[in-house]
Write a protein that binds this ligand. Structure first.
Ligand code: ADP
Length: 743
């Protein structure tokens, strides 16, 4: 054991066991000045008091950037009841890692596994960085759920801080349900150890949260559901908050945000909600800082928001003086990378009288090193242009942003019931999201926001985003519950009860995957699948690949790692680039389809020892995506080893009949997970799904685009102008029958 004050020798270097070296302390002291200016700072005592004694639940509402995620864990660290670790959950890994790094700097300790004395760490899918001394741990929601499988009562934690609850991901809803059970007892009457819970959000329906945590469990009706989007009697919060001590005496409802952007702050209701506090629950509002944001709309609809964004970026860049970075909200890796290339192309021919441009992409599947670049200040005479998905909406705060360009679109997962598949849809954002995005421009000074849609479009946006649990595939969520011993899914305390139909669909899918057995309880392979940080379909594929008959785990891991990033191939827009890419890429293309092509790419990349960046350029592969693939691959290999999933070694072979057998095994494994995502060729040349009999076209990005094969299996279903299968492989109809029969 290392006691404080002593010196321990680590890798030949002397560290003080507090983990703090002189440069770290200097940095800490410098950051303390900034911390003290955060809107949350004066509320530290109120937050601490809110969890004293019998009080064990706190709702904390405060605008993005007010300091919730970074400060709350530090405020609680030295409380007498806080003897264990503090967990703080994030919907995205980018945010978990960057917050951990920031808080480590603020505490003055090395990050995570860098030193055994480090106090701040993180644990995200495919990447864990903690030390024996970790006291503050940032986790993604999925990772906390995984930890709950191993440690159902969360023994190592004194407090769980659930952040970004307004995003209402399926995982956050599950966590809230589990925590509620821990605090008040579950359906079986089991109650956990003393634990405190802080629920934080930028916008929140505090009434339903309050009811959720305060109501006694009713064994017949479960929790009174909050009825999302219910009648007007349900008060729903939209992005604004105010501290009760700053209430005007007349409690006027007319107090809106300084930039008066349509939605008003119901300040009087804020105070009435703070009074909601009970002997167990306290509520705290933090008023954020918000400067005027001048907002511009398009005068008419346009078709291509990437092109509109390009124009807006250069208009701002050429007209607005420095400092002031630009934050652009796009839909996904594809649009981020397209705009990145366009901006860079134009920047290279720009008049040198303008400042330089530094483009920085920000999306979930980015490698860690690339993510961190976003937070570094721009070099002199340079403007940062951050091209982001909705990650930067509330999850990640980037300092220096004065201008926002909002595409008004977001990519969301949506359950298409007829097909029984989750698909990614590009949809208009909710009004609440649009306001959050706009607000990013006014955090430090007055700013500007270009909305790439008309004002009329804005006014017709839906008020809030529908919680994910009401619109997505629930198989992973249900498997997590089953693995935790919760059999009575229907009576689980859900903040919003998912539709019965989607619960039944998910149960059926788990049954088909063999994760549940006939009686509905979790099977042995289901337990393994639940412990893998993957969807049940991908987990099933891994388990199958470890079967001695298939013996292709290493290859499947390579493929599954590729599927966890959006796209490893650069999305080429310009015709001449497409032509240039054709020849080199053909070396990687496999006639069996995209999955074996991905495998060829990973193998080629991994075999390249000298210059992987150059290799990626040669094949028009995204080096960034490949780095993320390699991270994932390493983690999956480790996880499989822990679960005892392994294969006998297979020799690399050039014998075609051998590699044919190997390829067949790989495709059959894919079929085990994706039996529902299969389609057969029809006499008219179209493909129709075997489940649901829907027409589906092969996506133009597929190597099988335009090809006619007897049947296909696909790993992703997207709906743009029509239904597309992306990530497609050619399979035999007989194999599908075999797999389905064996299920
Ligand atoms: P909230 O949770 O209320 O949105 P945060 O605690 O995330 O607020 O952020 C507070 C401030 O800390 C931000 O305004 C930003 O300036 C700073 N900050 C947060 N994360 C980082 C980071 N990774 N790098 C640099 N600064 C950061």
């Amino acid at each position: 054991a290392r006691t404080s004050g002593k010196h321990v020798k680590l890798n030949g270097v002397f560290h003080k066991s507090s983990g703090s070296s002189k440069p770290l302390l200097e940095k800490r002291n410098k950051l303390l000045i900034t911390r003290k200016q955060l809107p949350i700072w004066p509320h530290a005592d109120k937050i601490r008091n809110g969890l004293h004694g019998s009080k064990n639940v706190m709702f904390l509402v405060g605008e993005t950037g007010s300091g919730k995620s970074t400060q709350v864990p530090q405020f609680l660290l030295d409380e007498s009841w806080c003897t264990g670790c503090i967990a703080i959950t994030q919907p995205r890994r980018v945010a978990a890692i960057s917050l951990a790094r920031r808080v480590a700097d603020e505490v003055g300790t090395p990050l995570g596994s860098a030193s055994p004395a480090s106090k701040v760490g993180y644990s995200v899918r495919f990447d864990v960085s903690v030390s024996p001394s970790t006291r503050i741990k940032f986790l993604t929601e999925g990772t906390l759920l995984q930890e709950m499988l191993r440690d159902p009562w969360l023994k190592q934690y004194s407090v769980v801080v659930v952040d970004e609850v307004h995003e209402r991901s399926v995982n956050v809803d599950l966590i809230l349900g589990f925590l509620r059970n821990l605090l008040t007892g579950d359906q079986k009457g089991r109650k956990g150890k003393p634990l405190k819970v802080v629920v934080m959000s930028a916008t929140a329906d505090v009434h339903s949260l309050f009811r959720f945590f305060n109501a006694p469990y009713d064994p017949i009706n479960g929790i009174p559901s909050s009825q999302h989007h219910a009648d007007g009697s349900e008060m729903s919060w939209s992005g604004i908050s105010s501290a009760e001590d700053e209430l005007p005496s007349n409690h006027s409802l007319k107090n809106s945000r300084p930039n008066g952007n349509g939605i008003q702050t119901p300040i009087s209701e804020a105070s009435s909600i703070e009074k909601l506090g009970s002997d167990r629950i306290s509520v705290c509002f933090i008023k954020g800082r918000q400067y005027e944001v001048q907002t511009t709309y398009l005068s008419e609809h346009t078709l291509d928001f990437v092109e509109d964004a390009l124009k807006a970026v250069f208009k701002l860049h050429t007209q607005e003086p420095l400092p002031g970075d630009i934050l652009v909200f796009l839909t996904g890796q594809d649009t981020v990378e397209s705009l990145e290339r366009l901006v860079n192309d134009y920047a290279s021919i720009m008049d040198p009288k303008y400042p330089k441009i530094l483009t920085l992409p920000l999306f979930a599947a980015l490698s860690q090193a690339a993510q961190q670049k976003v937070f570094q200040p721009a070099p002199p005479r340079t403007r940062k242009i951050i091209l982001s998905t909705n990650i930067a909406e509330t999850s990640v705060t980037v300092a220096g942003v004065r201008f926002v360009v909002d595409s008004g679109k977001v990519k969301v997962k949506h359950f298409r019931n007829r097909l029984g598949l989750d698909s990614l849809l590009v949809k208009p954002v909710s009004k609440s999201s649009a306001i959050q995005r706009q607000g990013r421009a006014g955090r430090e000074a007055p700013g500007k926001c270009y909305r790439l849609y008309t004002e009329k479009d804005y006014l017709s946006l839906e008020k809030e985003t529908t919680p994910e649990i009401l619109r997505c595939d629930l198989a992973q969520a249900i498997l997590a519950m089953k693995a935790r011993g919760i059999d009575d899914i229907v009576n689980f305390p859900f903040l919003d009860h998912p539709p019965r139909e989607s619960l039944e669909k998910a149960l059926l899918q788990l049954l088909q995957l063999g994760a549940l057995n006939e009686s509905g309880s979790i099977s042995e392979s289901g337990k393994k699948i639940a412990k893998l940080p993957l969807t049940p379909a991908l987990g099933r594929i891994l388990v199958e690949a470890a079967d001695p008959d298939k013996n292709c785990l290493a290859d499947i891991i390579d493929i599954v790692s590729c599927l966890s990033v959006e796209n490893i191939f650069l999305n080429l827009v310009a015709e001449e680039k497409k032509e240039a890419a054709e020849e080199p890429r053909r070396e990687l293309y496999r006639r069996d389809g995209d999955h074996l092509t991905m495998l060829a790419a990973v193998k080629g990349y991994a075999a390249e020892q000298t210059d992987r960046k150059a290799w990626s350029e040669k094949y028009f592969v995204s080096h960034r995506a490949m780095q993320a693939v390699m991270d994932t691959r390493k983690q999956l290999l480790a996880q499989c080893a822990i679960l005892g999933l392994k294969n006998t070694a297979i020799e690399e072979t050039t014998d075609t009949s051998q590699s044919e057998i190997q390829n067949t095994a790989i495709l059959q494994c894919l079929l085990c997970g994706f039996a529902q995502n299969t389609a057969r060729l029809m006499p008219d040349g179209s493909y129709r799904t075997l489940v649901g009999n829907q027409t589906v076209a092969i996506h133009p990005s597929s190597v099988l685009f335009g090809k006619k094969v007897e049947a296909i299996v696909f790993s992703e279903f997207i709906f743009t102008t029509r239904s597309f299968a992306r990530g497609v492989s050619a399979v035999r109809l007989g194999w599908i029958d075999e797999v389905v029969a064996g299920m």
